[in-house]
Design a protein around this ligand. Structure first.
Ligand code: HEM
Length: 344
């Protein structure tokens, strides 16, 4: 055989061997790309140079992104997930719609209240003060309220700092001061939550029986509590429908914040997966933002928005004319008078 013939045969053999080799590698890769059961030896990548990913590797990457386990031999379920794309989705939601709509909900509430104040002004005691007072809340009730209120305000401020602080504060107070504030704010958030839970539980015990819906609530809501119209005072017992909405928002919103916050304090405990943790974070953030907006409205009406209201939680004594205008049936009950069904 001449040299030329031998070289030709060798070339063909080499080509055939290479084709067979490629076919073998492909077959092997195809097997590894099948969803691994999570047990046994983890499948291996074919080792193609970076930047020249084969279709098979793309499939492997897709599965890794979907959280399929078994590509690494780490027995720990959580650590065995190489890439968790939902983490990116969660981060985008938190820093995108949650933050943006949260800003609008809070700013929207402030704008609505400012407009209401500009148009309606402070809601006055229309008959003027009677200069006779009546006890509205005793010391235990006021303690429960102010415990809940102070804890909630600290929780709201430290929570908002976690969501928005890094956009606003570092240029103002410097990065190091912000880092310290964020750290101690987080500690405060964790511990002060306990006071909030105790406060809400106390308020439930003290006030739940006054917050059961009754027939006057629909009338109150239909007239928007007379808040927009002078001289309109729908009948109300101890709490009107608007206050019941505040009470139940605090109780139900507080319950969601407590449960989700509890899991966030002990991440990945109690069988929580990374998905569960992301859900807890979203629920905690969204409910927290909505409850803050509601409480901003409550603080407005309980302070500058209505003459005579603050005293109820300040001294516990309210002016009798204020009480008759806003809670006529309750006044009748405590004074043992015949019930009048309000005037409007
Ligand atoms: C500085 C802030 C606050 C002020 C000035 C304030 C003022 C008041 C006043 C005056 C009342 C009694 C209303 C009445 O006599 O009918 C009240 C009741 C109440 N407050 Fe507050 N409050 C504040 C913060 C909070 C916070 C942060 C919460 C809860 C997170 C809260 C929850 C409640 C609840 C559930 C009631 C009973 C239902 C109602 O009257 O709406 N308060 N507050």
């Amino acid at each position: 055989m001449r040299w030329a013939e031998m070289r030709w045969i060798a070339s063909v053999a080499m080509a055939l061997a290479m084709l067979a080799g490629v076919a073998l590698i492909d077959a092997a890769s195809a097997q590894t790309a099948a969803p691994p059961a999570g047990q046994g030896a983890p499948p291996a990548l074919s080792g193609a140079p970076l930047g020249r990913t084969s279709a098979t590797e793309a499939e492997v990457m897709r599965q890794i992104r979907q959280g399929v386990q078994g590509y690494v031999s780490i027995p720990d379920k959580k650590a065995g997930v190489l890439i968790q794309s939902e983490g990116e989705n969660w981060r985008n939601f938190r820093n995108g719609p949650e933050s943006t709509y949260g800003t609008w909900v809070l700013l929207g509430m402030v704008i609505v209240l400012a407009a209401f104040f500009a148009i309606r002004g402070r809601i006055r005691i229309e008959a003027g003060p009677a200069h006779r007072t009546i006890q509205r809340f005793n010391a235990v009730e006021r303690f429960a309220h102010w415990l809940t209120a102070t804890c909630f305000i600290v929780l709201a401020l430290t929570g908002l700092n976690m969501l928005y602080g890094r956009y606003i504060l570092p240029p103002v107070i410097g990065r190091e001061a912000f880092a310290a504030l964020a750290l101690y704010g987080k500690y405060a958030h964790n511990y002060i939550a306990i006071g909030f839970v105790v406060g809400v539980l106390l308020m439930i015990v003290l006030w739940v029986h006054h917050n059961i819906p009754n027939k006057y609530d629909m009338q109150w809501l239909a007239k928007a509590g007379g808040l927009f119209t002078r001289g309109v005072h729908p009948p109300s017992r101890k709490f009107n429908a608007g206050q019941k909405l505040i009470f139940w928002s605090v109780v139900l919103g507080g319950a969601v914040l407590t449960v989700t916050g509890f899991y966030l304090m002990w991440p990945f405990e109690f069988g929580m997966t990374v998905h569960d943790m992301q859900f807890m974070l979203v629920a905690h953030g969204v409910v927290g933002l909505v409850l803050i907006a509601i409480i901003v409205a409550h603080i407005y009406i309980g302070s500058i928005g209505m003459e005579g209201a603050f005293d109820a939680m300040g001294t516990g004594q309210v002016d009798e004319n204020w009480a008759r205008e806003h809670h006529n049936l309750w006044v009748a009950e405590v004074k043992g008078e015949a019930a009048q069904h309000g005037h409007d």
